[in-house]
Design a protein around this ligand. Structure first.
Ligand code: NAG
Ligand code: NAG
Length: 391
């Protein structure tokens, strides 16, 4: 993201790595690939030689609002360009992109409410319901409950997880997919709703993504209120989990819910810092739910170091660079693409680990978490992750 701030219109690629499969939605009917013209520029950034490529659209008879591109790591050409997305499933093979471990979604123009933004449509925010009985293909929940629909898995669930991913993520892979699979591997009867707002958080449009928090939060509020009124869900069974920007969506939902409705738990995974330093309105706070727990892994960088929940965990000090995220280590293991986001991503990885193994991360209570000379009470302990609430 630092990169996108510095060089907003450029896409960066580092050098290659291994294969993995991804699924993106592809249009039916004639799908003409968009022709791009690329100009290469070399940048020496943070001691790294980064290759930046500016893509210019040359085929002008395609509405650039109707398309996105998946970039894969190490390959400067757009890997996969889709027009009129979200209409048909199509398997593709992709490689890790320059940031993160999965394909990233890139849009020629942002979607949202700004003057130059592409308009958003109803399909741009999806509530994808998964359960033990529906592991791969989700039921898409309408934001306002309809008379007919498959709501049994929602009604039966003892806990409903609502997961909100971060900037430039796609949901078929990455944090959303890992969280879902981890919950569905447990014995308890969970329903997992993935909030797919990938259309609204595409690279490199970070600040438009910050602005889009509002519309996603409002949709979730409508969802929670109407489904509660219909008796389909119990707000006391809701556990919202948000990574990075997604953490602020969860916080904003908590603020906007009508009086008398309170989410049971919000878990914020390294809540995003850029755009929230002076932001008060949409920022996550502990008033957002009955219990707010926070995991800080990249504080002061992509994440906010500030304690904002009822419990804030600072694994390995809570800051950049987490163990295993050093330049040397990543270079050695062929994961240099993760250099900038490795520590930030640790937050959702720790949490996924805790879903599978809840007591892996014991913590002690300290007075000043960031201070070198910590004042800690060794007999006051808690577990970071899924077990935090049940202390
Ligand atoms: C850490 O906290 C202690 C106790 O409040 C204080 O005396 C000390 O000056 C602090 N150290 C730093 C480096 O901030
Ligand atoms: C430390 O934590 C324990 C357990 O919560 C508590 O009983 C005790 O009073 C605490 N000690 C101090 C010095 O705060």
């Amino acid at each position: 993201m630092i990169l996108s701030l510095i060089l907003l219109r450029f896409f960066f690629v580092l050098l290659a790595s291994e294969n993995s499969a991804a699924f993106v939605k592809k249009t039916p009917g004639p799908s003409k690939p968009v022709q791009f013209q690329s100009n290469k520029v070399d940048f020496g950034l943070f001691g790294y030689q980064l290759e930046a490529i500016e893509y210019k659209q040359v085929d002008t008879d395609i509405d650039i609002c109707d398309q996105f591109t998946i970039y894969k790591f190490g390959v400067p050409q757009p890997f996969y360009t889709v027009e009129n997305p979200r209409t048909e499933e199509q398997p593709i093979i992709t490689k890790p992109p320059f940031i993160g471990e999965t394909g990233i979604k890139v849009r020629p123009k942002p979607k949202g409410k700004c003057v130059s933004c592409c308009p958003t449509g109803p399909a741009d925010i999806q509530l994808q319901l998964f359960s033990k009985f529906q592991r791969e293909t989700p039921v898409l929940l309408p934001p306002v409950k309809e008379k007919t629909g498959n709501y049994e898995n929602l009604k039966r669930a003892s806990t409903i997880i609502i997961y909100i991913h971060g900037f430039m993520e796609i949901t078929d892979l990455g944090s959303a997919n890992n969280i879902k699979n981890a919950y569905l591997s447990r014995a308890d009867d969970y329903a997992v709703i993935i909030v797919d707002w990938s259309e609204l958080v595409s690279f490199p449009w970070y600040f438009q993504a910050v602005n889009n928090i509002e519309s996603v939060a409002k949709l979730l509020v409508t969802f929670l209120e109407t489904y509660t009124d219909a008796g389909t869900i119990n707000i006391g069974n809701i556990h919202m989990i948000g990574f990075s920007l997604g953490a602020h969506v969860a916080g904003h939902v908590g603020q906007l819910l009508r009086k008398g409705l309170k989410i049971r738990r919000i878990t914020a995974l390294d809540p995003a810092l850029p755009g929230f330093k002076s932001e008060k309105k949409r920022k996550l706070s502990k008033s957002a739910a009955e219990f707010v727990d926070v995991i800080h892994t990249d504080g002061g960088n992509f994440g906010n170091i500030e304690a904002v929940g009822h419990v804030d965990f600072y694994p390995n000090g809570g800051t950049f660079r987490q163990p295993g995220c050093s330049r040397t280590f990543l270079a050695k293991t062929g994961k240099l693409y993760d250099l900038f986001s490795c520590s930030h991503n640790r937050a959702h990885k720790f949490f996924v680990n805790s879903i599978i193994s809840p007591y892996d991360f014991p913590a002690v209570k300290c007075l000043i978490a960031r201070n070198q000379t910590k004042v800690c009470n060794e007999s006051d302990t808690a577990y970071m992750g899924i077990a935090a609430y049940f202390k």
